[in-house]
Design a protein around this ligand. Structure first.
Ligand code: SUG
Length: 424
């Protein structure tokens, strides 16, 4: 059966800001306290979506959850009207307050792990919502993400949407950012590779537990391989595997130091995946990889069967990295083009092109079963651009987060989005 992959990008929310909430994510720490540009950020994200549509790919989007996350504050005992709750939290616990103001749901690669129907035991596409248990600000996403996935993928004969695993270190789960599916082609049974961390005394948190991948494989019945991320990569700032590796169908593009047991992984893939092509890069350092986000590219199959790498502009501006990109494109592998996109506002929080999207492999029938409002065509894309232009704030400083005027503006932007979703 013909299958395609749909990229669902997180629409960057109106409260996008730089509060420096992710230790181990070097861009987030470096830009802490900078002034953000939510409108430009969301338009950059929409520009990337448009580029993929223009390449002939099917593109979806996820609406941002409402922020500040007042429901999370209510669950923590804050009471009263919305504005009273926000004022009390901002006054009594500024750190918690910044955490409930994050627009981090934009990084849809962390929303869930997706198992293709060709791999699952019951022939449905499975989504296991990520608990994002390691970072407080990200842990608030799971409840909204689960509800959103149930809404968009509501057809239970096509899709199985699972709630998050228990939100503890034992099962800490950052979703598809630590999952790679290797297969001869999208519609064929593949091997699901789950990359995890471990408690190794690293200077940065190891955010993915092996047990999370094991649970996802059990819940979906998918053939799975569990491999350890290299400690050096984590210590260099690769807080998710998708900062040092990306796979598409039978191709794995990765940094030479991405995995603890590189030889074991390559041998297993050569055996399990007919036609497996590794494209390993050793001409740049891990530090180069993390600064440029070369491996946080989207690797996509174009309608003519060739592959394209969708890279952040930071990779184009880095001399050694761009030389490596030119060698990849000229090399003996299916990657035929390198296409540069500007997602700088997201990059400054450590989110490149691949972080901003969740890949959903579907058959034609499954594609039709998706809530069509969330699949973009020209008209919907234009409508989202107009919405952002009219309602997203131009700038936010971290100190603005506690201003009632900002809460009102952001609330109106979310109301306008909800209204658009009833008409789109
Ligand atoms: O979880 N940044 C995100 C970036 C996620 C990137 N995703 C993937 N690699 N798939 C994170 O660290 C920064 C938010 C702040 O500091 O305000 C943040 O959450």
């Amino acid at each position: 059966m013909k299958s395609i992959e749909i990229n669902f990008d997180g629409l960057i929310g109106p409260i996008h800001n730089y509060a420096g909430l992710s230790p181990g994510n070097i861009a987030s720490a470096t830009n802490a306290g900078a002034v953000s540009q939510p409108r430009a950020a969301a338009l950059q994200g929409l520009g990337k979506m448009r580029k993929l549509m223009d390449l002939g790919l099917v593109q979806g989007f996820f609406p941002p959850p409402r922020r500040p996350a007042i429901a999370a504050l209510r669950a923590l005992g804050f009471q009263g009207k919305d504005v009273e709750i926000l004022s009390a939290a901002a006054r009594e616990d500024p750190l918690l307050f910044n955490n409930i103001c994050s627009a981090s749901a934009m990084w849809a690669a962390n929303a869930a792990t997706v198992i293709a129907s060709a791999d699952s035991a019951d022939g449905r596409v499975h989504f296991v919502t990520a608990n994002l248990a390691t970072m407080l600000h990200r842990s608030f996403e799971a409840v909204d993400t689960f509800a959103m996935l149930r809404r968009i993928f509501a057809d239970e004969s096509s899709f199985g949407v699972h709630p998050a695993l228990p939100a503890t270190q034992h099962f800490s789960d950052e979703g598809a950012a630590n999952h790679m599916r290797l297969t001869p082609q999208h519609g064929t049974r593949g091997l699901n590779v789950f990359i995890h961390g471990a408690q190794r005394g690293s200077r940065f948190p190891e955010r993915q537990a092996r047990r999370a991948g094991e649970a996802v494989a059990r819940l979906s019945g998918a053939p799975a391989l569990h491999m350890l991320q290299s400690q050096r990569a984590i210590e260099a700032g690769a807080f998710h595997n998708d900062v040092v590796a990306v796979a598409n169908e039978y191709v794995l593009l990765c940094h030479a130091e991405a995995f603890e047991d590189r030889d074991g992984l390559f041998a297993a893939l050569a055996e399990a995946v007919p036609g497996f092509v590794p494209v390993e890069v050793d001409s740049i350092t891990l530090d180069d990889a993390i600064r440029s986000y070369l491996f946080n590219s989207q690797l996509v199959t174009l309608p003519d069967g060739s592959m394209a790498l969708i890279l952040p502009s930071e990779a184009r501006e880095h001399e050694r990295v761009w030389t490596a990109v030119e060698a990849i494109v000229a090399g003996n592998n299916p990657i035929a083009q390198a296409i540069v996109v500007d997602v700088r506002e997201s990059m400054r929080n450590g989110g490149g092109p691949a972080c901003l999207r969740l890949r959903v492999p579907v058959t034609e029938a499954q594609r039709d079963a998706i809530d069509q409002r969330f699949l973009l065509d020209e008209r919907r894309w234009e409508a989202l651009c107009t919405l952002v232009d009219q309602h997203w704030p131009e700038q936010i400083a971290v100190s603005d987060l506690c201003l009632p005027e900002l809460w009102e503006n952001v609330g109106r932007a979310h109301d306008a989005l909800d209204d658009l979703l009833t008409r789109i």
